[in-house]
Design a protein around this ligand. Structure first.
Ligand SMILES: *[C@@H]1O[C@H](CO)[C@@H](O)[C@H](O)[C@H]1NC(C)=O
Ligand SMILES: *[C@@H]1O[C@H](CO)[C@@H](O)[C@H](O)[C@H]1NC(C)=O
Ligand SMILES: *[C@@H]1O[C@H](CO)[C@@H](O)[C@H](O)[C@H]1NC(C)=O
Ligand SMILES: *[C@@H]1O[C@H](CO)[C@@H](O)[C@H](O)[C@H]1NC(C)=O
Ligand SMILES: *[C@@H]1O[C@H](CO)[C@@H](O)[C@H](O)[C@H]1NC(C)=O
Length: 521
């Protein structure tokens, strides 16, 4: 999880956001082959940051400069504990595990020879997963650009990245593609473009000085340049995969998009139109080029010459370059029309969208997310209606709790129960005639990955907040993992048990956590 944005204004609202979601369901209600898994990413879980030839990524640099609580130096020590963790995944009953490769571990400094120790690690991890029948879903780039490439030419704002990223992907396909069938090129580029190049609060901390205190950058151009280069890099990698590997390896290549759930702030027509516009800025920024070969009209109109243009050839290469799209969704924001922002002197992404967004973190005191599964349903519906219902995976979704809170994470159980139910309502079920429940909506969603498998190093919060099914005891040199209530709940669900809301709480009553001393209650 990356985008918490708790630094922005919170606005308490009482809009009804509950959906008609499935209350009682089992895994067997999902279409055959629908996958359930959990996610992590390399810098957040691996640790061993300076071991066996790995070089720093821009996140190592950012964390070591004290920008976040802690660093990923040790994280969950997944680098050494992968066998134990994969066993835990198997015991939990995961169909699939979504993780990322650390570019600077596999190819130190981003370019040149492959690091044999890095290669060995990912081979071991993949083989271990496969030995338990767990599908590896691999992300090539999850925020952790090699620092060397940032230093050398500015990373994603320089088009040279397309060539280097393609060469890195080539190594991954060649080395791992015989066992990996699902590749995501870049994790939520729209989020990292905004956080890293518009607000400048995440690496590489570039922005206009009037937006934040960045020493370099340009918030009115660089977010657009960044996403443009990501799209070209994605397309280049997809072309390589299709030409050289897909026949033999029979895998799929996609990219994922960060999406808030969106609702208009008021009933006004202006806010309804603004909500559609915000969809275009947030999702259409990537989905429109990937599906139709160009940016949404409204973006071209509002951003003008600051929005890079695709040549005819590039447009053809980007169009259709994703076999699937991933979506990352946590909660809803409310959209208000804000035409005045178009008169602003400095126009960044926010101003260009001519909207203002409001959060409804009504459980803000505990930092927990409100449970708003309608938002995810609407996002899936948007992909269905506007982008031709492409194959989709939910790549991240989960509940945030303070790290040192009870292992009886009832709010996470409630959250997962509600969102998985809403995904069930969104997807197609082919034997609809026999289906008692109405309103299943035909979304082409193929899988659901909760964030996160373990309590990892959270990118904006370090070790202060947690999303994991498993607590990691950081006071224990062995970093022992403990199941939370949500791990039991998810595991029961994955094993096909029927769990109504009442049974969620029966499970709670039966649950007794381990005793682990310390100040952890
Ligand atoms: C991009 O990087 C190359 C080196 O690979 C450099 O020659 C060029 O000046 C850079 N372009 C920009 C716009 O910074
Ligand atoms: C940012 O880019 C815009 C558009 O090219 C330009 O007008 C503006 O002067 C730049 N700002 C800075 C701080 O360089
Ligand atoms: C919005 O619509 C609802 C139901 O249609 C209505 O009850 C409510 O008063 C409206 N709110 C505003 C601010 O107009
Ligand atoms: C379900 O699909 C119908 C028809 O496409 C649409 O009108 C409705 O809003 C969808 N429901 C949700 C919750 O997305
Ligand atoms: C709780 O424990 C009782 C008695 O051991 C058992 O019958 C019941 O199935 C358990 N409930 C759940 C939800 O595991």
């Amino acid at each position: 999880m990356m985008l918490r944005l708790s630094f922005l204004l919170m606005y308490l609202l009482n809009l009804a956001t509950s959906a008609l979601t499935a209350v009682e369901y089992t895994k067997n209600d999902f279409p055959p082959g629908f996958l359930f898994g959990a996610s992590t990413s390399a810098y957040q879980v691996e640790g061993a940051a300076n071991e066996d030839g790995r070089t720093p990524s821009i996140w190592d640099t950012f964390a070591h400069a004290g920008n976040v609580h802690g660093t990923g130096d040790i994280a969950c020590d997944g680098y050494h504990k992968y066998k134990e963790d994969v066993k835990l995944m198997a015991d939990t009953g995961l169909d699939a595990y979504r993780f990322s490769i650390s570019w600077s571990r596999l190819i130190p400094n981003g370019r040149g020879p492959v690091n044999p120790k890095g290669l060995q690690y990912y081979n071991n991890l993949i083989n271990e997963l496969i030995s338990y029948g767990i599908q590896p879903h691999v992300t090539l780039h999850h925020f952790d650009l090699p620092q060397a490439l940032e230093d050398e030419y500015g990373g994603w704002i320089n088009r040279t990245i397309v060539k280097d990223f393609t060469a890195y992907a080539d190594v991954c396909f060649r080395q791992f593609g015989d066992r990996v069938s699902y590749w995501t090129t870049v994790n939520e580029p729209n989020a990292f473009a905004n956080l890293g190049y518009d607000y400048g609060i995440a690496p590489p901390q570039r922005c206009s000085s009037s937006i934040n205190h960045c020493s370099r950058g340009n918030s009115s151009t660089e977010p657009y340049i960044t996403v443009h280069h990501v799209l070209l890099a994605h397309a280049s990698v997809a072309r390589l995969y299709r030409k050289k590997y897909q026949d033999k390896q029979r895998g799929y290549i996609g990219v994922n998009i960060f999406a808030f759930g969106l609702l208009p702030l008021t009933n006004s027509t202006e806010d309804a139109v603004a909500t559609q516009r915000y969809y275009d800025f947030l999702i259409g920024w990537m989905a429109n080029p990937l599906v139709y070969g160009d940016y949404p009209k409204i973006m071209k109109q509002n951003v003008g010459s600051r929005l890079p243009a695709f040549s005819d050839r590039e447009s053809k290469q980007v169009k259709g370059s994703a076999d699937f799209l991933g979506v990352i969704n946590y909660y809803i924001v409310y959209i208000k029309d804000n035409p005045n922002s178009l008169n602003q002197k400095l126009r960044d992404w926010n101003a260009d969208s001519a909207t203002e967004i409001f959060f409804n973190l009504d459980t803000a005191s505990s930092n927990e997310f409100p449970i708003q599964p309608l938002g995810l349903q609407r996002v899936l519906e948007h992909f269905k209606q506007v982008y031709g219902n492409p194959p989709m995976y939910i790549h991240e979704n989960g509940q945030n709790t303070p790290r040192r809170s009870s292992l009886k994470d009832i709010s996470r159980v409630k959250y997962l129960h509600a969102y998985i139910g809403s995904v069930l309502d969104a997807v197609s079920v082919c034997f609809c005639i026999l289906e008692k429940k109405m309103g299943r909506n035909g979304s082409n969603t193929r899988g659901y990955f909760m964030w996160s498998f373990l309590d990892v190093f959270e990118l904006m919060d370090g070790y202060e907040s947690s999303y994991g099914l498993y607590y990691v005891d950081r006071d224990d040199p062995e970093l022992k993992r403990y199941p939370k209530l949500s791990a039991h709940w998810y595991s029961q669900f994955l094993k096909g048990r029927s769990l109504s809301s009442d049974e969620d709480f029966a499970l709670e009553k039966n649950f007794s956590g381990p005793s682990y001393g310390h100040d952890y209650q």
